[in-house]
Ligand binder design. Structure first.
Ligand code: NAD
Ligand code: MG
Length: 398
């Protein structure tokens, strides 16, 4: 029986993870559930999944959580605050952690799970973008494992030779044998094919109306700007220890091919499936076994034709901003991520236009010189500095 902590249980990935877990009660038990501020949704999940511990990130909501759990007749421990989430991620109630908090807020709990030797199922791409080397070092030091949930990286993980997951025994300098290139697929988002002029007045609801995936609002905007693919490129660089020149992106509007691995002999392996995160989650939860995920089979004979095209890097500038940050190295990716989180939040709040998201990210990257990533406190300091700079540029933009 695997005991699973679902961090970010009330989110899109959290819900998909709990769906898969509930299909296999003999194999998995959700022992810890966490959420940001939505006590009602967290308690509803506790009613359905009966964890041992429920944690709410906002400390002010602790009494309400305890009261509602009691009112629902549940004898479940409760806790509150970011430190309680970190403690739960590293604690004895779980051996597997689904890291599905959105943004930099999920970094410390992912690191804590890695240090504690948990099997870390990572959806929270911002954590690895900010702190790739630190997170991978924590996995090695903790002796656990990391399996990516992001569909592209999970696809690559499935197509790579079986020297994965990288674990305590893995030599970080050993390249994957025979792999020439990793090619990430991108849906292109809701604005694929649009011009800059057409994008000038798009609204948050338009940006969040993803053609293929149902996701949280932050990642939906990232998908629309192609920043999501940029973050994923950085994620792939760290996870698979591949140089930036061996990473590529191709737009595939049907979202049925989730990524490719190209080998030196000319073979190209792909993983296909419906655009439903439960496939990647089931794969990661049960690895190396295979379990039913609730995702209907892919019927290739009746599915749309599979098409591929290059991304429009001129209109969707965030992709190349991310590549440039990765090339610059050090804490540039963390600066990129922080600026993007602020810009996306401003766009969702209606105080920044869609096209200005890239402007803000670029301005912050140009203002702050890159530094080596030394430790987590230094990273948080840079994250805060980048956020302050981004807020200034956001105010300036309006
Ligand atoms: P979401 O907005 O639906 O859910 C986010 C979850 O994080 C919620 O449970 C929320 O309560 C929690 N949370 C938010 N801020 C928090 C904070 N400060 N402290 C503690 N908890 C907090 O997001 P999502 O779409 O489920 O995405 C989650 C992560 O997974 C993101 O990093 C995203 O990039 C990644 N991801 C998502 C998908 C997808 O299909 N949704 C696919 C690949 C990767
Ligand atoms: Mg993805």
């Amino acid at each position: 029986m695997k005991r699973v902590a679902v961090l970010g249980a009330t989110g899109s990935i959290g819900g998909s993870a709990l769906d898969v877990i509930a299909r296999h009660p003999e194999q998995f038990q959700a022992t810890v559930l966490t959420a940001h501020r939505n006590v009602e949704a967290l308690v509803a999940l506790c009613v359905a999944h009966r964890p041992r511990l429920a944690v709410i990130a906002d400390p002010a909501l602790e009494p309400e959580l305890a009261r509602r759990l009691a009112a629902a007749g549940l004898r479940i421990d409760s806790a509150a605050g970011p430190a309680a989430i970190i403690e739960a991620a590293a604690g004895s109630l779980c051996d597997t952690v689904v890291a599905a908090i959105v943004g930099a807020a999920g970094l410390e709990s992912a690191l804590a799970a890695a240090h504690a030797g948990k099997c870390l199922l990572l959806a929270n791409k911002e954590a690895i973008v900010m702190a790739g080397p630190l997170l991978l070092e924590a996995v090695r030091a903790g002796g656990g494992a990391l399996i990516p949930l992001d569909s592209e990286h999970n696809a690559i993980f499935q197509c790579l030779p079986r020297d994965w997951p990288r674990n305590a025994g893995a030599d970080p300098r050993r390249p994957h044998s025979g792999v020439r290139k990793l090619i990430l697929t991108a849906s292109g988002g809701p604005f694929r094919g649009w011009s800059r002029a057409q994008l000038e007045k798009v609204t948050p609801d338009q940006a969040c109306a993803h053609p293929n995936w149902v996701m949280g609002r932050k990642i939906s905007v990232d998908s629309a700007t192609l920043m999501n693919k940029g973050l994923e490129l950085i994620e792939a660089h760290h996870l698979f220890e591949m140089p930036v020149d061996a990473l590529d992106v191709v737009v595939h509007p049907q979202s049925l091919v989730h990524s490719f691995v190209e080998y030196v002999d000319g073979s190209v392996l792909a993983q296909l499936g419906r655009p439903d995160m439960r496939t990647a989650i089931a794969c990661a939860l049960a690895w190396p076994e295979r379990i039913e995920s609730g995702v209907p089979p892919l019927d290739l004979a009746t599915s749309a034709a599979l098409t591929f095209e290059p991304p429009d890097r001129g209109v969707f500038r965030c992709l190349d901003l991310a590549v440039a940050a990765l090339r610059a190295g050090g804490d540039h990716p963390a600066i990129l991520n922080a600026a993007n989180e602020v810009a996306v939040a401003a766009f969702l709040a209606g105080t920044l236009s869609f096209l200005e998201i890239a402007d803000v990210v670029q301005a912050v990257l140009e203002e702050l010189p890159g530094r080596a990533v030394v430790d987590v406190p230094a990273l948080y300091e840079r994250d805060a500095t980048a956020r302050a700079a981004a807020r200034r540029f956001v105010r300036h933009a309006c």
